[in-house]
Design a binder for this molecule. Structure first.
Ligand code: ATP
Length: 234
């Protein structure tokens, strides 16, 4: 399958501080790729690069035939990369449905609309008029993912979906992933939970201190190798 997004030898900086070193990454259409790593490994930095929040002029980063480094964040959203951010970042005073509709502001043509998102997470229909602050953590996470889907992205970025949620809720949320991918949407998911990342991804990248320390098909990677790549020891 052809690659939808490719990063080659990508470096990223905050001022003088280098956070990513020579990162090679690719994802194809409909693929689910996990990005794991310890605190400070550079996972969020990579997502910031993909969404244009951290510009990387002169670097090699191609999305759907376009040089992504030439586009500011608002254009990247329109090109088809949408993020469900860590901490969900919903508008607290707005209802669930209003939060979802905000995601459609830069929407491309595609299968996702209010009906499709509410079919994916039926609880959001029930809570449509509830202020988002009154939702449980898991329900808020569903709104955040639904809002990102409303833009009809080619790539959906999920940042720390499972953070602070009970295992049964996490399972509920990740069980939506196959339906998202059936629609042709690729998913890059950042996870601290190694087991979860392996379970829901086709391929996995591990970052350690800004460098890719391991890469491969999730189903065949050895757990001891993943731990070593994650924690930096054998
Ligand atoms: P976490 O799981 O804690 O979110 P992470 O893997 O997402 O960690 P990043 O947030 O990408 O890691 O951080 C990578 C490195 O970049 C860290 O050393 C961090 O201190 C540094 N860093 C992150 N954001 C900034 C910033 N705005 N300015 C300067 N340095 C930063």
């Amino acid at each position: 399958m052809t690659d939808l997004l490719t990063a080659s030898s990508l470096d990223a900086f905050y001022g003088d501080f280098q956070a990513l070193f020579g990162v090679n990454f690719r994802i194809s259409e409909g693929e689910s790729v996990a990005l794991i790593g310890a605190n400070g490994a550079g996972k969020s930095t990579f997502l910031k690069v993909l969404t244009g929040l951290l510009p990387v002029p002169g670097q090699s980063l191609t999305f759907d035939g376009t040089d992504l480094t030439q586009h500011p964040a608002h254009e990247i959203a329109k090109l088809g990369i949408a993020m469900s951010p860590e901490g969900r970042r919903l508008f607290p005073s707005l209802s669930v449905r209003e939060n979802l509709l905000l995601g459609a502001t830069v929407a491309r043509e595609g299968p996702w609309n209010l009906q499709a998102v509410e079919d994916l997470f039926p609880i959001l229909t029930e809570k449509a008029n509830t202020p988002s602050t009154l939702l449980s953590g898991g329900q808020q996470q569903m709104v955040a993912i639904g809002r990102a889907l409303m833009a009809n992205p080619k790539i959906l970025l999920l940042d720390e979906v499972s953070l602070g949620l009970a295992p049964v809720i996490i399972r509920d949320i990740y069980s939506a992933l196959p339906r998202i991918r059936e629609n042709g949407t690729s998913v890059i998911l950042v996870e601290q939970d190694i087991g979860q990342a392996v379970a829901v991804s086709d391929r996995l990248y591990c970052l350690q201190e800004g460098r890719i320390s391991l890469e491969g098909p999730s189903a065949t990677l050895d757990r001891a190798d993943i731990s070593a790549a994650y924690f930096g020891r054998k």
